[in-house]
Design a protein around this ligand. Sequence first.
Ligand SMILES: Nc1ncnc2c1ncn2[C@@H]1O[C@H](COP(=O)(O)OP(=O)(O)O)[C@@H](O)[C@H]1O
Ligand SMILES: N[C@@H](CCC(=O)OP(=O)(O)O)C(=O)O
Length: 363
Amino acid sequence: MSLSYNRIIVKIGSNVLAQENGMPDVARMRQLVDQVATLKKQGKEVIVVSSGAVASGRSLISIPEKTDAVSSRQLLAAIGQVKLINTYAELFQQHALLCAQVLVTKGDFRDRGHYLNMQNCFRVLLQNNVIPIVNENDVISVTELMFTDNDELAGLIASMLDADALIILSNVNGIYNGDPKNPKSVIIPEIDATFSGFSSFVSAQRSHFGRGGMITKCHMAQKVAQLGIVVHIANGKTPNVLLKLVDEKVVNTRFNPTKATSGKKKWVAHSGMYAKGVVQVNNGAKAALVATSKAISLLPVGVIHISGDFKKGDIVKLVDEQEKPFGVGIAQYGADKAQERLGQKNQKPLVHYDYLFLNPDLN
Ligand SMILES: Nc1ncnc2c1ncn2[C@@H]1O[C@H](COP(=O)(O)OP(=O)(O)O)[C@@H](O)[C@H]1O
Ligand SMILES: N[C@@H](CCC(=O)OP(=O)(O)O)C(=O)O
């Protein structure tokens, strides 16, 4: 049986595109492009999130010894991204397909207006049958504005575009239930969106050129699955991996989605970093909010403390009595009114259910 995905985000990690010596692996890129072209011919929409700018830059210039780490990365990425996108363009051209370069920073996801502009850009590319190739704009994203890695970026794009599936191609067959180097470890075929406790089997170990590592991949995958999008982690080095995956003929780890959420909730889910305030709720309110069977808004009666000068429409973080973050939402009124209504019954919700995203692993 084949999976009925129509819109697919394919994230290709640095290690899939780089050879052992750090140079780009054009043969692998060709194989992946051939597969994307086949999926396109099957009528699917494909958006590629591709790492590999730094690896491509390494094949073009050697860095003078005294260059600091940030400047080296800027130099390699600035030069390498040109080669990366040109290689993709040439490879897609052989299938009579056009691709487009979309470079983004974390700041581009900061407000709803900007977010909608970005969404519109993808829409017009897809309507015109163009394959967007997305990467972080490494030249200007250098410090706190950096994504953890391109997995985080791919998760944001998947939610923004309401994708049916996000396929993360790495250099492992999926998530093992122990150390990947231990022959006794096996791939976990399915993980539920509500699962917690990855640290018991996922180590902080990273692949040679990777940035975030498997643990950040798992947290991102879970968050995306909680928004109703299936996530697969598979090996980008396996021949025909994309086509086999869609035909359910290759080993991988699948994150099972919970029910789909609205576009606005999807945006809220990824906006915690822009929170203007923190709302602390009591145990009773937390239990009611996280009860999976009900759609409940946050009422002032359950709020015990607020901090930050947030206004109506701003993002607020929800923390419990132990100050552990467990949700994020849009405030229906400002901090001053919230302070007046603190602990009071029969008041308007501070955060309406439609603008509330709950995740026990939030940080
Ligand atoms: N339980 C696990 N299962 C699979 N991989 C794991 C696990 N624990 C740690 N890893 C490491 O995660 C790496 C993949 O993550 P990462 O370095 O971010 O890759 P990428 O460059 O594809 O984003 C693997 O190469 C592996 O070494
Ligand atoms: N934007 C960088 C890649 C950053 C990154 O997250 O890489 P990876 O962990 O391999 O997905 C580049 O193009 O070199």
